[in-house]
Design a protein around this ligand. Structure first.
Ligand SMILES: NC(=O)c1ccc[n+]([C@@H]2O[C@H](COP(=O)([O-])OP(=O)(O)OC[C@H]3O[C@@H](n4cnc5c(N)ncnc54)[C@H](O)[C@@H]3O)[C@@H](O)[C@H]2O)c1
Length: 318
């Protein structure tokens, strides 16, 4: 797998090892950590642009779960080429080496960002895709490349693939594996609380029931289990090419998130409001009926367990 030393990838790696898989992690540690790599997995420290190392790492592999990416949508706007080098060229290199070696099974980390700001919610896999950042468009380009390689039905290396469109991934299943992103709401809240600062809700005049934006927050453990099920599905069923939303199906408002932190952290936790961020969509949530139908998967965790796992993860570092 690629990106297995990162936040989500390390959860997937731990769960794959638990399920009895042999796991090799290809990761340049640009945003990942050696300490996130589970015991029993082999780490190859390299960038996706190093195709020689990719070939060595991938020799004899049954399939690839491709999570490595530059994942900061807001930064990608000012660094489009760095973003595309990692996410588009990186995925291209991976596909080329897979084809050369005859590695025919791929699970790809895509993002709900491919939809952009939809008027009609929930987003389904049939909804129009209008990415609004280089990051989101690189995920859509990745999906398109993969779909085209599957459609080409190369007789020597017929690829089958599943692209998983994650919504807003939060929480921790293993306390030492936390999201260190400076842009994720749950990390921002915890970091501010830890530093004695007040977390802020950006905007309270959105056309939502409580005036704050709505997102489909989903526990990383649920995201991870979908990868294990997708890998098992591909072993048993010719998958062709499939795109699946990984979402809870219901949105949670930022105010609800803050209130849950307050409930769990007590009166020492306070929050406040500031103005909207430019371009922040009002609401985003996805329909995951297809993942349920195909993989028998659905999200099991809830807001309370997402928040408690983030607090436990923070406490494990204290
Ligand atoms: N976190 C979310 O809410 C979210 C939502 C939708 C999609 N995704 C996607 O999920 C995947 C994992 O995200 P994450 O939150 O775990 O991010 P992360 O930054 O924690 O993990 C990415 C990992 O990939 C590695 N990496 C990055 N570029 C690389 C390259 N060119 N070559 C080799 N290794 C490289 C990093 O070192 C890191 O370990 C990404 O593809 C991301 O786009 C994440």
């Amino acid at each position: 797998m690629t990106g297995g030393a990162g936040y989500i990838g390390s959860h997937v790696a731990h769960d794959l090892i638990k399920a009895g898989a042999d796991v090799t992690i290809f990761d340049d540690l640009s945003t990942g950590y050696e300490s996130f790599v589970p015991t029993g997995a082999t780490l190859v420290k390299a960038n996706l642009n190093d195709t020689a190392k990719l070939k060595v790492a991938m020799a004899g592999a049954y399939g690839v779960i491709h999570l490595a990416a530059y994942k900061y949508a807001s930064e990608s706007v000012t660094h489009p080429l760095e973003n595309h080098e990692s996410n588009v060229v990186g995925t291209f290199n991976l596909l080329k080496v897979m084809q050369e070696l005859g590695v025919n099974n791929l699970i790809f980390s895509s993002s709900a960002g491919v939809y952009g700001s939809l008027e009609k919610l929930p987003a389904t896999e049939e909804s129009a895709c209008e990415p609004e950042s280089p990051y989101a468009s690189s995920k859509l380009m990745g999906e398109m490349m993969i779909k085209e390689v599957v459609a080409a039905k190369n007789p020597k290396a017929p690829l089958q693939a599943i692209s998983l469109r994650y919504f807003n991934v939060v929480g921790s299943s293993y306390p030492h594996l936390s999201d260190k992103s400076p842009f994720s709401l749950f990390s921002i809240i915890m970091n501010k609380f830890k530093n004695g600062e007040t977390p802020l809700i950006t905007g309270k005049d959105f056309p939502t029931p409580d005036g704050t934006p709505i997102r489909d927050y989903i526990h990383v453990g649920d995201i991870s289990s979908a990868h294990v099920l997708a890998a098992q599905y591909m072993e048993e069923t010719p998958a062709g090419y499939e795109v699946l939303n990984l979402s809870t199906g219901t949105g949670i408002s930022v105010l609800e998130v803050m209130n849950e932190f307050k409930k769990q952290l007590g009166d020492s936790f306070t929050f406040d409001y500031t103005g909207r961020r430019p371009g922040d969509p009002t609401a985003s949530y996805g329909d995951a009926t297809k993942a349920k139908k195909l993989l028998g998967w659905h999200a099991k965790e809830n807001l309370s367990s997402m928040v408690s796992s983030v607090i436990a993860s923070q406490e494990s570092k204290a």
